[in-house]
Design a protein around this ligand. Structure first.
Ligand SMILES: [Zn+2]
Length: 417
């Protein structure tokens, strides 16, 4: 990060004869349209015109004597895509100094929502560093040292469609999975699936991710989970000799590109659309999955990766009539027995029929367990990966230890539509 050049800043102000203005409160507005915009001020440019970029309005507010504070204060506003919405204000933008390096203070203000995500900075959108901040009733506040090189600021690490593409090209993934387009978004972006099948296999594992765009720790967990499954080992070979796998790592590409707080580009929560199938993302993905299930095939387990304030595994209750009855509970019990450092394994069984939640839809239509795998927003990233590796390994062992007949429901509800 560059050290702010305050002297140069003051010199610039004097040279430009701004002195009469210094004691006057002045405010400059740069009102922008809806999302992904740029705000161009005399000495600073903010830009959110990249995938996952989000900035709805910028305001330069300098109160009192600049000579005392040496800083210009900017209020950057972000708005949800529509309401009502789960309040998860997402922001992502670059900032660059025009002219001399200097430091600014920034407030992120979100309409009707408290901050959820703490700021991180990066120069390449790949490596991120948390920065100091404080929160009050007005919003989230921090300082930024600017230079002529853009610095990116975001609510969480930026993981966009290109990153998924690059990840799916990794050797371990490529040697195991075929990459196919399984669906199409509202804005006609492809939704990719990673498919691993063998002729003799009749049982399927289904994994989905990124229904909610800002939920990056869930994305990090999914990557690590699938990488562990892909790592060459006896366990891996035995697993893929028995189970077919479909992974749809990113089901909401439009929402991710737009920097949405939760919904797809139509303003719909995809994790309230399963079974209702009003949106192309859920509909085309599920139709693809169903097209791969041959008559004697069946789904045996499913996972959906998310993020929330805490690390939580939302399961279906043991008494819900799924097979095997305690499958998810045993998986989580075994995870608890691992040495996981500061990680607390929290299980929360629950059922919410008819709400369109993926986990519930799977349970009600296939009579097997499904888990919403939620990682905390601030959980240490190496710990997320460690938990994902352990939980993938235990799941593979447990699925292999479960006889095929134990995964067959007594009566399958045929009314999938
Ligand atoms: Zn979520």
């Amino acid at each position: 990060m560059n050290i702010p050049n305050l002297t140069a800043f003051q010199d610039t102000l004097r040279r430009r004869s701004y002195a009469p203005l210094l004691l006057i409160i002045f405010t400059t507005f740069c009102l922008t349209g809806f999302s992904a915009q740029a705000c161009d001020f005399e000495r600073v440019k903010f830009d959110a015109q990249f995938d996952a970029g989000r900035l709805d309005a910028c305001e330069m507010v300098t109160t009192g004597a600049i000579e005392e504070t040496h800083q210009t204060h900017f209020i950057l506003s972000v708005n949800p895509e529509n309401t009502p919405i789960n309040p998860s204000p997402w922001y992502a933008f670059s900032a660059v100094a025009k002219g001399a390096d200097h430091t600014i203070s920034v407030s992120i203000v979100a309409s009707d929502a408290k901050p959820r995500y703490t700021p991180k900075v990066s120069t390449d959108k790949q490596h991120w560093t948390p920065i100091d901040f404080h929160v009050d009733s007005e919003g989230l506040h921090f300082e930024l040292a600017l230079s002529s090189e853009p610095i990116y600021v975001a609510a969480q690490e930026i993981i966009v469609n290109d990153d998924y593409q690059a990840w799916m090209q990794k050797d371990a993934i490529q040697s195991l999975f075929t990459i196919e387009q399984v669906g199409t978004s509202v804005q006609e972006r492809p939704i990719y699936g990673m498919v691993a099948t063998q002729e003799q296999n009749k049982e399927w594992l289904l994994i989905v991710g990124r229904q909610h765009p800002p939920e990056i720790t869930g994305a990090i967990a999914l990557f690590a989970f699938v990488e562990k499954m892909s790592a060459n080992s006896e366990l891996q070979q035995a697993f893929f000799k028995r189970f077919n796998v479909l992974v749809v790592p990113m089901i909401n590409p439009d929402g991710v590109v737009a920097g949405n707080w939760r919904h797809n580009i139509n303003g719909v929560d995809l994790n309230r659309d399963w079974g209702k199938f009003t949106q192309p993302e859920t509909t085309t993905t599920f139709n693809y999955f169903r097209s791969r299930l041959k008559q004697d095939h069946r789904l045996v387990f499913a996972l959906d990766f998310h993020s929330t304030q805490q690390d939580i595994f939302y399961t279906m209750p043991e008494e819900y009539g799924l097979v095997p009855a305690d499958f998810a509970q045993r998986w989580i019990e075994q995870l608890k027995e691992q040495r996981l450092g500061s990680f607390t394994v929290r299980e929360r069984p629950g059922s919410s029929p008819g709400r369109g939640v993926f986990k519930q839809f799977i349970a009600d239509n296939f009579r097997v367990h499904s888990v919403t795998y939620e990682m905390g927003d601030n959980t240490e990233r190496p710990l997320i990966k460690h938990i994902a590796h352990k939980s993938a390994e235990i799941m593979m062992q447990q699925m292999l230890a479960t006889p095929a007949e134990a995964f067959i429901p007594k009566a399958i509800d045929e009314s999938v539509d």
